[in-house]
Write a protein that binds this ligand. Sequence first.
Ligand code: EPU
Length: 421
Amino acid sequence: MDKLVIEGGRVLSGKVRISGAKNACLPILAAALMTEEACLIKNVPDLKDISTMIDILSELGRDVSRKGDEVEISSGSVKNVTAPYDMVSTMRASIAVLGPLLARYGEAKVSFPGGCVIGPRPIDLHLKGLRALGADITIEEGYIVARAGKLKGKRIYLGGHFGSSVLATANTLMGAALAEGDTIIEDAACEPEVVDLVNFLNAMGADITGGGTPTIRVSGVKILKGAEYSVVPDRIEAGTYMIAAIATGGRLFLENAEAKHNLALIDKLEECGGVITETSGGMDVSRRGRAIHPTDVTTLTYPGFPTDLQAQTMSLVTICDGISVITEKIYPERFIHISELNRMGAEIFLEGSTAIVHGVKKLSGAPVMASDLRASAALVLAGLIAEGCTEVSRIYHLDRGYEHIEDKLSAVGASIKRVSE
Ligand code: EPU
């Protein structure tokens, strides 16, 4: 197993190219199952989760090849409709093949994904959306078994206990794209990744409006054709490097980063002392003075503050000049990083799903253990600002979602290397 060894205290400076968004790309690759024509997806990041989705498409019988940042799904039909446990258990987003298989082939068998380290992750909204379109769905031997003659359009309210759901919206909308008649999804997720999926489906010949708003309207079409599509830049990767620039007191130009997708983060980072300028080709990020100021953050669905940047923001405010309050409203248990940050000298207390962060003067490097993707990124950030050496182990989590992170950070002045344990 690999670990990252970081010598903290370097000021980062230079340019980082932001990759295509993992969370946009995964449902887009799944959507390619909805046509038998070839699709070419561009700006695809080189990540473990993407290879897992490519493996699933291959397992289903599609011929998929990757060249650089392009993935081609050749023309052809699926040979089976089962996404097996060993693949789904490594990546929950595998559930994104449920809607496409059901819509195109009238049946799907996808392993039930279960919970994960960031807390319970129910799938009731996925089932609600597809059942509303007429699917018959049962849970058998750990699998979601779905069947439908022809899906039929419907008005569907898709809000849940924690608001809207990105992948449940994606599954329902993919089902509706090939359904008979019109569908209206109310309380749909508004995340840029949903908009990207809508744009891809429309490029395939779907008839969808309202992507990026809580009301998405879909007029079902009979068939979808192949399409060529370039994935939106990754707002979470961009946000992580924005925090790295401010935390180290450096200055980074984030090529391709879209400020409009990170407004809630920018608002909070400016409060902390960040200076963020949007330019035509990306974003310029630096810090106003010596101090990092405290802030309060509540994670919400888009356009609110993203849960996927909660842990990294916590690392930043560990060294602020005051007390910060961070509340998690999407995954109330997503706080495993706190104990590791405290091992590095942070002073963070958890009260329910609110973390109270007392700023300290400095963090001190330590061996720490990554627990999930975004928590791992938070530990890397903490390592960059800490005095001394930090060793982050179990970095296979990072490889799921941050393309070549140690190369990108080294190129802008960080002392970080990957070593085999
Ligand atoms: N939820 C339900 N029922 C459902 C589905 C979700 O109650 O059927 C709840 C969840 O428990 C959670 C909230 O709704 O409280 C939002 O979950 P959502 O369904 O939106 O999550 P997701 O679509 O499974 C995507 C990202 C996550 C990101 C969330 C929230 C992908 C592949 N994953 O997951 O990304 O945290 O949206 O923005 O798009 C990550 O990249 O590290 C990651 C975990």
